[in-house]
Design a protein around this ligand. Structure first.
Ligand code: SMG
Ligand code: MG
Length: 369
């Protein structure tokens, strides 16, 4: 039970160590909204996983800022004494906008757990102290450049390599990486760039012994994903299509995928992410933790989530150094065995450093009660 007294929104910007190109665009900078929430007893942090442009989903930073400032924050400040279980009801009048909701819900959960001295991982029922890390590699300019990046990340210890693909930069690139690395755990992510007419591309990928093919088709098309899954041997994994536990249940029932990527930010926060996990675990569907190039704040949340029992595949939970020269928090470091420690302190277990907040803040606004 906590009463929220103050909410602060902060737009922060951090350069990426290398551009990240997907089928929908290229990012050179991480820009996101951070929520700092103060209750009677503690402070909590949440990170919104939206980006500058509405390319991955409909949400984007400036839109999320308005939803947070004008709709979610006032509702929470008006709500009085609330528990984590009350949050769905407090925000029920705002349709959609899961990324904005996630930032607010995660900040509340962090503050509530810090007040009780309980870690997020313990609250989620996490079973592991360390999680296995994968890395997601953007579309490279050349096959040679891609092979060089793959070698570098493997040398660092990453346990699974994911390649971004798009039409025309798919089968040959994947074959080249597979030929150079016969034994590695390898997957691809299309970010919804294909249609069912491209079935031959995915049938050709069957020969590369991939762990999975992530989100080949439009996010709203569960029926076509089921059709594609029937036409290929490789397991499909859904990312953008799964925005709730209900979506996960529907995708599993329809046969649209055999693996689910869980991103707490995409499904409306850590509470719904736990429900997605539970639905998949009950159905025997493996899950793994996705990433949205988060700063240390979102990364801490991801690591706690990835330590839950249903997370049986390495996630896109890479070390801070894969993204930033200097993170917002103390850096998350991966050991040479390809694992990273799950924060064990109260709440998410980390806080942004004040000097880094000062250096990276582009805009800040307080929402008055
Ligand atoms: O956090 O390492 C990361 C990025 C992982 O590939 C990644 N995320 O569709 O799974 C995905 C993409 C979305 C990123 S859009 C900028
Ligand atoms: Mg994805």
């Amino acid at each position: 039970m906590s009463t929220v007294r103050a909410i602060e929104l902060r737009l922060i910007g951090l350069p990426l160590v290398r551009p990240f190109r997907t089928s929908f665009g290229t990012s050179t900078e991480k820009v996101c909204v951070l929520v700092r929430l103060v209750t009677d007893a503690a402070e909590g942090w949440g990170e919104c996983v939206a980006d500058i442009e509405p390319g991955y989903s409909e949400e984007f930073n400036d839109g999320a800022w308005l939803v947070l400032r004008d709709h979610l924050a006032p509702a929470l400040l008006r709500a009085g004494d609330v528990t984590i279980d009350d949050l769905d009801g407090v925000f029920a009048h705002v349709r959609g906008n899961p990324m904005a909701k996630a930032a607010m819900i995660d900040a509340f959960v962090d503050a509530d757990l810090r007040a009780r001295g309980e870690s997020l991982a313990a609250w989620l029922g996490a079973r592991r102290a360390r999680v296995a890390c994968g890395v997601s590699i953007g579309i490279a300019d050349t096959t040679a450049a891609l092979l060089e990046q793959v070698e570098g990340y493997l040398a660092e210890g990453y346990r699974r390599i994911k390649l971004k693909i798009e039409p025309g930069l798919d089968v040959e690139r994947v074959q080249a990486v597979r030929a150079a690395n016969p034994g590695i755990a390898l997957s691809v992510d299309a970010n919804a760039a294909y249609s069912i007419d491209d079935v031959a591309v995915f049938q050709a990928l069957d020969a590369s012994d991939l762990l999975m093919i992530e989100q080949p088709l439009h996010h709203a098309d569960l029926v076509r994903h089921a059709e594609l899954q029937r036409a290929i041997d490789t397991d499909l994994c859904l990312d953008e299509s799964i925005r709730s536990a209900a979506d996960a249940a529907a995708a599993i029932e329809l046969g649209s995928c055999r693996i689910v990527n869980i991103k707490q930010g995409r499904v409306g926060g850590i509470v719904e992410a736990r429900r997605v996990h539970d639905v998949c675990l009950a159905a025997g569907v493996p899950v793994w933790c996705g990433g949205m190039l988060e700063t240390g704040v979102g990364r801490a949340q991801n690591l706690a989530l990835a330590a839950m029992p249903g997370f049986t595949l390495p996630g896109d939970t890479s070390a801070s150094a894969r993204y930033f020269l200097d993170d917002l928090t103390d850096p998350f470091v991966m050991e040479p065995d390809g694992t990273m420690a799950v924060p064990a302190g109260p709440g998410i277990g980390v806080s942004p450093r004040l000097d880094r907040l000062a250096e990276t803040t582009l805009r800040v606004e307080s929402v008055a009660p």
